[in-house]
Write a protein that binds this ligand. Structure first.
Ligand SMILES: NC(=O)c1ccc[n+]([C@@H]2O[C@H](COP(=O)([O-])OP(=O)(O)OC[C@H]3O[C@@H](n4cnc5c(N)ncnc54)[C@H](OP(=O)(O)O)[C@@H]3O)[C@@H](O)[C@H]2O)c1
Length: 315
């Protein structure tokens, strides 16, 4: 584990939050095959998600909730459920068309905005200095918030230089707590650094056991830019949930393929943002901080790397 990752202390405020989650959950009937007792036990076991300190001193949770494709009522319910079971980092983007649903889910969760870490992303069509400022205002207004914790350039396309300048200014004005990029390779980051006044704090890239991103991993560590994994389950592709290597490892710890995949990311110091619309899966995915993969597990998982995207249609 990276030295900087510090588990939250069990402060009074955290304790109160946890007990209120417990109390709130106790009002729910059995769901998704979990009885009430095991659901509550699962939630208690989740304890708090560790934070990492970004290169500007901001704390970011090491595990979050992805929202791509979760729109409308399902989006609202999923986000509210995710917050209820303990997620605090919520990942959205203008292009997902769900910022309003995410905002409504946050509102319905009843959790104080300051307890959350909300990420959105600037889409390619809005690249450029003026349009970035406008797109940012639209995003926060849809989300029903007056600031973002993290704003990312979604893809390295269009006028990246103008976009970055606008993001630096929004950051300096305190409207964004951290700024970063997504889908940038080391060369594209090197290019950005030739004109950036502020180094990105995060790079969110496709990362899962089948695409381990060795080069970016090394580059980002060396550059003190936090790596964040999108599609940590490859969105279910390549039969990840039935992969035998992951299943054999998981059996030793009483964990499933999803949990082993997320734990593997966490032990590499990578933030992951799994998506689910099922509360039982949300709980499983958060329940990864009570076991540790050993060196031989990590080596076996390293061998699953195909070193190729599982989303060629997005290339
Ligand atoms: N920056 C970018 O360019 C970019 C690109 C893609 C994604 N992202 C972000 O990354 C997030 C995650 O990626 P993703 O949405 O592509 O997919 P993902 O998180 O890799 O996988 C989601 C799929 O896994 C299933 N699942 C979740 N937990 C499970 C469990 N415990 N057991 C079995 N199945 C489980 C979900 O089904 P159920 O709903 O039935 O649980 C869903 O079908 C996105 O939502 C988005 O926020 C960013």
């Amino acid at each position: 584990m990276e030295k900087k990752n510090k588990p939250d202390g069990m402060k009074r405020r955290n304790f109160l939050q946890k007990t209120s989650v417990f109390a709130a959950t106790a009002m729910f009937l059995p769901i998704n095959g979990l009885d009430l007792l095991s659901l509550n036990t699962a939630i208690i076991q989740t304890s708090s998600i560790p934070n990492v300190t970004l290169n500007n001193g901001i704390q970011m949770p090491m595990l979050g909730f992805g929202t791509n494709t979760l729109r409308g009522a399902i989006g609202v319910q999923s986000v509210a459920d995710a917050i209820l079971v303990g997620y605090r980092l919520i990942d959205t983007a203008h292009i997902y068309g769900n910022e309003e649903s995410v905002g409504e889910g946050i509102k319905q969760s009843g959790i104080n905005r300051k307890e959350l870490f909300v990420t959105s992303k600037l889409w390619v069509d809005d690249s450029g200095y003026e349009s970035t400022k406008k797109a940012f205002e639209t995003s926060i207004s849809k989300l029903g918030t007056d600031y973002l914790d993290l704003y990312l350039i979604h893809r390295p396309r269009g006028d990246v230089k103008g976009t970055w300048k606008a993001m630096e200014e929004l950051y300096q004005e305190g409207k964004i707590k951290a700024i970063g990029v997504s889908n940038f390779d080391p060369k594209q980051l090197d290019e950005l650094m030739t004109y950036a006044k502020i180094k990105p704090m995060v790079n969110q890239i496709e990362t899962h056991v089948f695409f381990q991103q060795g080069d970016s991993y090394k580059y980002l560590k060396k550059s003190d830019i936090q790596m964040e994994a999108w599609s940590p389950f490859a969105a279910g592709r390549n039969d990840i949930f039935n992969n035998k290597t992951l299943a054999d490892i998981g059996k030793k710890y009483g964990k499933n393929n999803a949990q082993v995949s997320l734990r593997w990311n966490y032990q590499r110091g990578i933030i992951a943002i799994p998506r689910s619309k099922q509360k039982a899966h949300m709980i499983e995915n958060i329940n990864i901080f009570d076991f540790e993969l050993n060196e031989s597990d990590m080596k076996a998982i390293a061998k699953l790397d195909l070193n190729v995207t599982q989303f060629p249609e997005w290339e």
